[in-house]
Design a protein around this ligand. Structure first.
Ligand code: ZN
Length: 190
């Protein structure tokens, strides 16, 4: 288990580096990420969120019928369908463990294709739809150095900025290193 860093930490706001060696250190990182994601609890977690600037994310989001859908994406590429031009609704509410306890709506692509490597370096491809596609886009953004709050409509962006300031968190424009929370201890995402 590792602490989850909060908005403002530089590692969250810069592009992550590709993974070049598929060794035991990577396996250990991935194990820690699954453990931290489960404890948070969350449906996805990217390495920068535990302070590691590498292109790795994990996800755990069962299909509608309960079939487990859990995995890791290393050095991913993401191809998304065109964004619908429309107003956001409550069904678009998204959250992030690095901006804990809050939800804001954001239009995402309905479909995407993920191409990535697994923990051993083997390439794979995933076709994603709906909420699962949203998770992929959210986690992929983390590896580009973007939080979902960086992509909000103006009014929500302003609100998120206010909340962040009030809590003493930083942002993309105002870095503030070293703020984190510990899943299972701080319970910020209950
Ligand atoms: Zn996030």
């Amino acid at each position: 288990m590792r602490p989850i860093v909060i908005s403002g930490d530089p590692v969250l706001h810069q592009p992550a580096a590709p993974v070049s060696s598929f060794d035991s250190a990577l396996t250990e990182l991935i194990d820690d990420m699954f453990e931290t994601m489960e404890a948070a609890p969350g449906v996805g977690l990217a390495a920068p969120q535990i302070g590691v600037g590498l292109q790795v994310f994990v996800y755990d989001y069962p299909e509608d019928d309960g079939t487990p859908r859990r995995g890791v994406a290393v050095n991913p590429e993401l191809f998304i369908s065109p964004l619908e031009i429309r107003e956001t609704t409550d069904a678009d509410d998204e959250g992030c463990l690095s901006f804990p306890g809050e939800r804001f709506p954001l239009v995402r692509a309905e479909k995407c294709i993920l191409r990535a490597q697994d923990a051993t370096g083997k390439p794979f491809m995933l076709e994603c739809e709906g909420w699962f596609a949203r998770i992929m886009q959210h986690e992929f953004d983390h590896l580009l150095g973007y939080l979902y709050v960086d992509r909000l409509e103006y009014a929500f962006e302003k609100e998120a900025g206010k909340i962040g300031k009030k809590r003493g968190w930083g942002s993309r424009e105002r870095l503030k290193p070293g703020i984190s929370w510990m899943p299972g201890v701080d319970n910020l995402e209950d």
